[in-house]
Design a protein around this ligand. Structure first.
Ligand code: NAP
Length: 310
């Protein structure tokens, strides 16, 4: 029996030709775009890159990625371009000079911005023959390429389905939320609304702890326990809020008023910035003034939603 140079037995029939490597363009090499390009390289993709600051591509090029000389060439290289730019204004700045190269392209836009910006960009892309899939990545760079990480998508379902493996290289879980290109941005902003206020709450707690001689590490367990208790509250109140109920059977806004004033005064006494606790106290005060003292503090969700809190 003859064997090939690979040591494998030769058969009469032709060996199947190897399927071409999947390929993708990544535009925008901040921490997120760099992590995405690395995740594609890990999975054997042929990766074409472009970034305003070329040097950010150096280590990826050393791993086999190709840095395109301009945006038009980066777009021409592949059907799919993943965009990871600071915001949509940056996207226009980058893509507008190369607009002629957009026809027939799929833009997986993982840059964050408002739902309205995402809708306008989808229209802008369509006018130039491209299709946008809006994405909202829910993890930091360390979560990119991981099976448990998740991204919200919206836009044409058939485009999402056609590129599922590529999207799953970015985050293992992909959550298509409908055809409206704004929806993924909305889900992203809902998450960010909670993230920024929660993290600022944590910075406030750390500042208060440090002003009292404690350390961030010293309150870590307490902070984590407090944060971990929140999903139970969300579940309890979600059902009641959707049913239009703000019963004061478990908590009353008057209790919340007293409590948030304790928080405000504790920070003030420690010489810590009071901007955040004062804003919280002001919102609760408006609920009191609107006659909700005996209702649950969830009544604030209605008040804030109607704009009456402003
Ligand atoms: N970092 C996170 O943890 C995280 C998590 C989830 C989602 N996101 C979102 O993902 C996106 C990317 O995040 P990131 O942390 O990588 O963002 P970033 O640090 O802001 O970098 C994004 C890229 O945008 C480019 N850029 C910005 N303005 C530009 C302009 N006017 N012209 C050309 N290029 C421009 C930067 O180019 P240069 O390299 O030349 O400056 C950089 O490559 C953002 O929308 C962010 O909100 C971030």
């Amino acid at each position: 029996m003859h064997s090939s140079s690979t040591g494998q037995p030769q058969s009469q029939s032709q060996p199947p030709s190897p399927s071409p490597s999947p390929s993708v363009t990544v535009i925008g090499l901040g921490p997120m775009g760099r992590a995405m390009a690395a995740a594609f390289l890990d999975r054997g993709y042929e990766v074409t890159l472009w970034n305003r600051t070329a040097s950010r591509a150096d280590d990826l090029v050393a791993r086999g990625a190709r840095f395109a000389p301009d945006v038009a060439e980066a777009l021409a290289a592949n059907e799919v371009a993943v965009l990871s730019l600071t915001d949509y204004a940056a996207m226009y700045e980058v893509l507008e000079p190369a607009a002629a190269a957009l026809a027939g392209r799929v833009l997986v836009n993982l840059s964050s911005d408002t739902p309205e910006q995402a809708r306008a960009a989808a229209r802008w892309a369509a006018e130039r023959g491209a299709v946008q899939l809006t994405g909202g990545v829910t993890v930091p760079p360390s979560g990119i390429g991981r099976p448990e990480s998740s991204t919200f998508y919206s836009g044409p379902r058939e485009v999402f389905d056609a590129h599922r493996p590529l999207l799953e290289a970015v985050t293992g879980r992909t959550d298509h939320r409908g055809e409206d290109p704004g929806t993924a941005a909305l889900f992203y902003q809902i998450g960010m609304t909670m993230f920024w206020t929660s993290m600022l709450g944590y910075w406030q707690a750390v500042a208060l702890a440090r002003a009292n001689g404690l350390t961030a590490a010293g309150i870590l367990e307490h902070a984590a326990d407090t944060a971990n208790s929140l999903p139970g509250f969300f579940a309890f109140y979600a059902e009641r809020i959707d049913a239009g109920r703000h019963d004061g059977d478990v908590d009353r806004l008057a209790m919340a008023m007293a409590s948030v004033e304790h928080v405000l005064h504790t920070s003030a006494a420690a010489g810590v910035d009071t901007t955040l606790p004062a804003a919280v106290a002001a919102l609760v005060r408006r609920g009191m003034d609107a006659g909700h003292a005996a209702d649950s503090f969830s009544a604030l969700a209605d008040l804030m939603g109607s704009g009456a809190g402003a």
